[in-house]
Write a protein that binds this ligand. Structure first.
Ligand code: ADP
Ligand code: ZN
Length: 563
């Protein structure tokens, strides 16, 4: 801060929490020690309205003003001052995304104003686990670690196949950073921020961890925020929004699964947390690691032109093989097989064989289908009438026997026996969802323990914990799920994975559909055979020649990129 100019008029440019682009000038009252980066309360407009504001700079305006500037009311003691780097970064965001700075700065602070809010009595946010010794690193891990320098800015792309031990690399780097009394920030997609992941970090850095994600109450978020900001905890693990936490002495940022679209916020301030994190690292002059088994094309490109440093791990740890991947077209599926019970139409002979075999061996299998419910479309058999949402005009999804739901707005209605248009035809369900897969599996494996993991069944952190516990204790034979089971999970005896209908991913009309499809198949396959027993993956599709699938089958990222 330029002190002399500040003293000239004791006037400050302040970004107020309102949808306004301009900064406003306020005077500091006698005896109030204002500084740049400080949060304050200011009067705004008429009617004694009070807003929070952030002091951006000293005002050097010397001319007489038409109106005299109002006085700052008070310093906001609940908000510690932001560092010059943090301030510079928030300003960059406001300019780049064209969003009022006074509203961007609000993201840096916790939802509640009560300092030291008391913890709730639910299960602890960071589980208490016994500490474990560091693993002996693999050659690839050692090699990668040697190349990461922690004392200056650099973006690294850590491209490591699923199960190559990326998390272990993160933990090692973080350990070094914390030893220098700096802080570390790990961003993961909301969906992979599971208790399993937190536990991995907790086993090694237990007493150092704060966690922020959307499943926490405001009280819990506020509590975790303070722990991180006061350095009581030096490692913050969180979803997208945790990026804004003003950690002091930031020493490293890690963005795991950097290709994930959930790093993008689409409402209000539209930003991509990964990109904004890179800018933050630059301004804090600290390294940032973007990790993925399937980097986004833009990150890949940046690593090819030398903007990011490319690090790769091509092997799974302990020479565990990558899973064997089979691509099956159900249409050309030979129909010799188990006629004792009728095989559901979506289940190929090959996948069924794998499931049966795996079940007999007492191993676990997972079936992935990115669609909830019984079926995505219900249509009249006679006149072709399709049940649509009156609000969104998309087809209603059938749940249970007769429950129609819009997956966008949640509109619902009960399905009656006859078509509302022609009054005679019978409504019929088309397509497939996780609920139907579960039902069919129950008929085929009546004794098996089947668990469905989708947003209908799992709506809380506790429910995810329960699913993980059941999987780990091998109390589940078949896991059926959506996105929810695609990422991050690591189960010892999960050895067969089936992608029920891969076409859903690449048939979406989006220029990134192919990229997503490759990523999804690779990630889902990556769940299989991560430990002693090798894994087997069956991808079912009507387009077996699709490049995204072929590349995923061969575990060949470059083949995909160059396709
Ligand atoms: P990724 O994040 O790349 O998918 P993980 O970090 O989850 O991989 O590692 C996969 C599995 O290998 C985990 O169970 C992990 O504990 C184990 N692992 C990682 N590094 C080592 C190592 N050096 N020696 C033995 N096991 C390891
Ligand atoms: Zn709707």
């Amino acid at each position: 801060m330029d002190k002399s100019s500040a003293e000239l008029g004791h006037q400050w440019n302040i970004a107020v929490n309102a949808p306004l682009k301009d900064l406003f000038t306020y005077k500091s009252p006698q005896g109030l020690p204002i500084q740049v980066g400080q949060s304050v309360k200011v009067p705004f407009g008429s009617k004694n309205r009070q807003l929070s504001g952030l002091v951006i700079s000293a005002s050097v305006e010397k001319e007489e003003r038409l109106f005299e500037a109002k006085e700052i009311l008070s310093i906001d003691e609940e908000r510690p001052p932001l560092s010059p780097q943090q301030l510079q970064w928030l300003k960059w965001i406001a300019e780049y995304y064209i969003y009022p700075l006074g509203q961007v700065q609000e993201l840096a602070f916790p939802p509640l104003k009560t300092k030291g809010a008391r913890a709730s009595k639910k299960s602890p946010i960071v589980p208490e686990v016994a500490a474990i010794e560091p693993l002996k690193l693999t050659e690839e891990q050692e090699n990668v670690l040697r190349q990461i320098e922690i004392d200056q800015y650099q973006t690294y792309l850590l491209h490591g196949v699923t199960g190559s031990g990326k998390t272990e690399v993160y933990i090692e780097v973080i350990t070094k950073v914390l030893a220098q009394n700096k802080t570390a920030l790990v961003l993961v997609p909301e969906i992979s921020l599971t208790p399993q992941l937190i536990r991995r970090f907790a086993e090694r850095l237990g007493s150092e961890i704060a966690v922020i994600h959307s499943q926490l109450t405001d009280r819990e978020k506020t509590e975790q925020w303070w722990k991180a900001v006061t350095k009581e905890k030096k490692l913050l693990i969180g979803a997208r929004s945790a990026l804004f936490c003003p950690l002091p002495d930031l020493g490293i940022i890690i963005v795991d699964e950097e290709h994930e679209t959930s790093f993008k916020q689409e409402e209000k301030l539209k930003y991509n947390a990964r990109d904004v994190a890179v800018v933050r690292a630059q301004m804090e002059n600290c390294p940032i690691i973007l990790g993925s088994a399937t980097p986004s094309l833009e990150t890949w490109h940046n690593s090819q032109i030398g903007k990011y440093k490319y690090l790769s791990m091509k092997k799974r740890v302990s020479d565990r093989p990558l899973p064997q991947v089979e691509i099956i077209n159900p249409r050309s599926d030979s129909d010799q097989g188990d006629y004792t019970r009728e095989r559901p139409h979506w289940l190929s002979q090959q996948l069924l064989f794998q499931l049966q075999d795996n079940y007999k061996k007492g191993h676990q299998s997972a079936l992935f289908l990115n669609r909830r419910g019984i079926a995505p479309t219900v249509q009249c058999f006679d006149c072709g009438f399709i049940y649509l949402c009156p609000n969104c005009d998309i087809s209603l999804t059938l749940h249970g026997k007769n429950h129609l739901v819009c997956h966008y707005c949640n509109y619902h209605e009960t399905l009656s026996g006859h078509c509302p248009q022609c009054k005679v035809g019978e409504p019929k369900a088309y397509g497939l969802g996780t609920e139907a897969v579960e039902n069919d599996l129950r008929k085929f494996f009546p004794e098996a323990r089947i668990f469905r993991a989708d947003r209908d069944e799992i709506q809380s952190r506790e429910a995810i914990e329960e699913m993980i516990r059941l999987m780990e204790n091998r109390e589940i034979d078949f896991l059926v799920g959506t996105q929810m089971i695609a990422k991050g999970l690591d189960f010892k005896s999960l050895t067969v994975v089936g992608i029920v209908l891969a076409d859903i991913a690449f048939n979406i009309p989006d220029f990134r559909a192919s990229e997503r499809s490759f990523q999804l198949c690779t990630q889902v396959s990556g769940r299989a055979g991560r430990h002693q027993t090798s894994g087997h993956v069956v991808i079912q599709t009507y387009k077996p020649e699709h490049p995204s699938l072929v590349a995923a089958q061969l575990h060949d990222y470059e083949l995909f990129v160059n396709a």
